[in-house]
Design a protein around this ligand. Sequence first.
Ligand SMILES: Cc1cc2nc3c(=O)[nH]c(=O)nc-3n(C[C@H](O)[C@H](O)[C@H](O)COP(=O)(O)OP(=O)(O)OC[C@H]3O[C@@H](n4cnc5c(N)ncnc54)[C@H](O)[C@@H]3O)c2cc1C
Length: 459
Amino acid sequence: MPTFSTAPAPASTPSSPTTPTVAVIGGGPAGLMAAETLSLGGMQVDVYDAMPSLGRKFLLAGIGGLNITHSEAYAAFCTRYGEHQRHLQAMLDQLPPDALRDWIHALGIETFVGSSGRVFPIEKKAAPLLRAWLHRLRSAGVRLHARHRWQGWNADGSLRLATPGGEIAIQPQATVLALGGASWPQLGSDGAWLPWLKEKGVNIAPLQSANCGFEVAWSAHLREKFAGTPLKSVALSFTDAQGRTEQRQGELLISAHGVEGSLIYAFSRPLREQLNAQGSATFTLDLAPGRDAERVLAEVSHPRGSRSMSSHLQSRVGITGIKAALLHEVLSKEQFADPATLAATIKALPITVHATRPLAEAISTAGGIRFDSLDPNLMLTDLPGVFVAGEMLDWEAPTGGYLLTACFASGCAAGRGALNWLRTQPARSGAKGGAEFFSAEKKKKKKFFKACSQGIEGF
Ligand SMILES: Cc1cc2nc3c(=O)[nH]c(=O)nc-3n(C[C@H](O)[C@H](O)[C@H](O)COP(=O)(O)OP(=O)(O)OC[C@H]3O[C@@H](n4cnc5c(N)ncnc54)[C@H](O)[C@@H]3O)c2cc1C
């Protein structure tokens, strides 16, 4: 994993006395986008991250190809955020997917649209993008502080930061919290912020696994022989508590604990909701999606002569390996020998999940700070001057680039929210009002805006 050098720790109150200072806590996509937006708006920005280098989860996403956004029509794109569409769309309107692509291009990174409509950087890596971005941020005067772990607030309202040199307290004029969710805690976002914000009265939906695997009580035989085996060309069908059925074709993975993979992730939200409500959830797999039920029944019922049932299934329906093992897993010997039951199970093999895999393993986090705790600037209503962005907010979305796009957009929105709010605040020294300062700084930065703000409207 590449590392990025950071500036030394600052004194507690950096910058000139008239410069509004903003602390961004969390150097992932949301925090860095908030920092860039604030810097473009003329603020002195310090980014603090607990880890030895910034953007670690972003870099990990790069290992999977870095699906940064999606090319589908904007109206359809926005529906991916489900019940939180209204809140997310207000942020996405400020940095929509096309503008995000322009922003990436302005960093010298080209993008392409894959056959599924997903958008990737040309090299399918995060490191070149992150390196260019951090360089641009530093050149703009943003100070990046690694190994600075936020630990909540002191009684006087200052932020407590654990640093290699000991604990420090800082008192910025505004703070953006962009601490991520709680998946992959080894990369930095561990959800430790939750009790500190709860204590302040912030309304937080429980953090849960999203885009995650599920646990299934496999037999020892299936676990020992087939854990790690991909299950290709199947169609998953699930009916939720409201009676809505969704079916999709794709691929999943049989793991020692249960099921993983893109097809399962696509259903993770309704499966999790049913689990929460009923303690278990059952979906069905069509093991022969290319053949209709009548044809499967006809093939299975075809006289097999002296051939074994497994070679009969292989030659007539293409069922072999893990697919055959799953049929043996759910059917008794008698059921397996009955053509009608066997054919029906090939078309709808039931799998019951008992739990989500732990949040630490999930791609993303559902739950987080509820939107009713925030004003339209993404400021916590109980904590004036504290703004929130990224995965620590209460929304979720499927894979497909929707997660990163929303993190970038919310970072942009929180940065703008902080700018709006700072404009209404007198500067700390009292020398200049926030608005006065803002317009002076904006002039100075005009050239920089031109080079950097492509795609970020409104500057
Ligand atoms: C394996 C994997 C692959 C993924 N692939 C994709 C993909 O292809 N496309 C996509 O759209 N999404 C993908 N995601 C999801 C995406 O990476 C996240 O949604 C996104 O990184 C969240 O951004 P964020 O800025 O909110 O939080 P994070 O990226 O988690 O950043 C939060 C930062 O805050 C810091 N922090 C946390 N607590 C503290 C503290 N107390 N003090 C100081 N700093 C702190 C952390 O160190 C971290 O750097 C993937 C996720 C995973 C795990």
